[in-house]
Design a protein around this ligand. Structure first.
Ligand code: SF4
Ligand code: SF4
Length: 286
C-alpha cells in the first residue's frame, strides 16, 4: 500500500482542490483528511459519516471541594492562570499539565481525561475517508492526525486498497510531521509568490528530513511567470520533480461554490486536464 501526502506551506494554495480531484481520479483510494483544525475536504467530497470516535487529547484538573483547604498553592503554581480566586478550575484555560494535582498538599485534585475532538470514518462516492475535527481551543492536533492515519490504514487493509491519499495540514508544525512520517511521496502544491517560494522550501526541507520522495506542482502558475521560473529553477537545481503547472481559471472557484471538484465540474477545462497529468505523474513516482 502506498501513501501520498499533499502539502502546502500555508492554507489557500489549492491543496484541497488538488487532493479532492486526485481522490476522484484515483477512484478507489482511501482518503485521510489530516487538516484536523480546519478540515475542508468534506465540502467537495460530501462524506456520509458511518462511525464516530471520541478523541481524548488532553486532561482537565478537577478539584474535590470536600478535601480542599483553600491553601491557594495550586492557584499560585498554575502557569496558565487556570485556577480562579474561588479555587475553581477554568476548563478553557486549563492545559492539563497536572502540576496542581502533583503539588496539592491535600490530594484534592485529580486529572480527568477530556474529549478534545472526534475522529470519523465516512463513505464518499470515491472511497472511504478517515477524518476528524479538533474541538475549538484544543491542542494536540498531531495526536489526532496520527489517529486519522491509523484509521486510514485500517480501512485500506480492510478494503484492499493500495493507496492512501492524505490531505496534509498547512504549515510545517507538529500535525504536518504527523501527516508526513512514513509516507512514500510528499506532493507540495505552491503558488508563484515570494511567500509561496519560501513556504515551498520549508516544506521540502521537512520532506527531505523524513526521507520522503518530494514532488512539486505550481498552482496558478501563470499569475507570475517570473516566480514560476524561480520555482522551476530551484526544483531543477535540487533534482526535485515538478509534476505539473496548474493555470489560473475562475472555474475552480465556481466548482468549489457548487461543492464539486474541478475534474467533475469542468472536466474539459485546462485545470482538470493538468490535474489528470499530475495524477499520472504521481502514479509513476511510486
Ligand atoms: S492546592 Fe489543593 S488544597 Fe490547596 S487550594 Fe489547591 S486544591 Fe485546595
Ligand atoms: S492542570 Fe495545569 S493548567 Fe490545569 S489547572 Fe492544573 S496547573 Fe493549571
Amino acid at each position: 500500500m502506498k501513501q501520498l501526502t499533499i502539502l502546502s506551506g500555508k492554507g489557500g494554495t489549492g491543496k484541497t482542490t488538488l487532493t479532492a480531484s486526485l481522490a476522484v481520479l484515483a477512484g478507489n483510494a482511501v482518503l485521510a483528511d489530516c487538516d484536523v483544525d480546519a478540515p475542508d475536504l468534506h465540502m467537495l467530497l460530501h462524506p456520509e459519516v458511518i462511525k464516530t470516535q471520541e478523541f481524548i487529547g488532553s486532561k482537565l484538573a478537577v478539584i474535590d471541594k470536600a478535601k480542599c483547604d483553600n491553601c491557594g498553592v495550586c492557584r499560585e503554581k498554575c502557569r496558565f492562570d487556570a485556577i480562579t480566586e474561588a479555587i475553581e478550575v477554568d476548563a478553557i484555560a486549563c492545559e492539563g499539565c497536572g502540576v496542581c494535582a502533583a503539588i496539592c498538599p491535600s490530594d484534592a485534585i485529580t486529572m480527568i481525561e477530556r474529549v478534545s475532538g472526534y475522529a470519523y470514518i465516512s463513505k464518499t462516492k470515491y472511497g472511504l475517508m478517515a477524518h476528524a475535527l479538533l474541538s475549538p481551543g484544543e491542542s494536540n492536533s498531531g495526536k489526532l492526525v496520527t489517529l486519522v492515519r491509523q484509521n486510514a490504514r485500517v480501512l485500506s487493509e480492510k478494503e484492499n486498497s493500495d493507496l492512501i491519499i492524505i490531505d496534509g495540514p498547512p504549515g510545517i508544525g507538529c500535525p504536518v510531521i504527523a501527516s508526513l512520517s512514513g509516507v512514500d511521496v510528499g506532493l507540495v502544491i505552491t503558488e508563484p509568490t515570494m511567500s509561496g517560494i519560501h513556504d515551498l522550501q520549508r516544506a521540502l526541507q521537512l520532506i527531505k528530513h523524513f526521507n520522503v520522495k518530494p514532488l512539486v506542482c505550481v498552482n496558478m502558475y501563470d499569475i507570475n511567470k517570473d516566480n514560476t521560473d524561480k520555482i522551476l529553477g530551484f526544483c531543477e537545481e535540487n533534482s526535485i520533480r515538478v509534476v505539473g503547472k496548474i493555470p489560473f481559471n475562475p472555474k475552480v472557484t465556481e466548482a468549489m461554490v457548487n461543492g464539486k471538484t474541478i475534474v467533475e465540474y469542468a472536466s474539459e477545462s485546462d485545470v482538470a486536464k493538468e490535474i489528470e497529468n499530475i495524477w499520472k505523474r504521481c502514479k509513476d513516482s511510486f
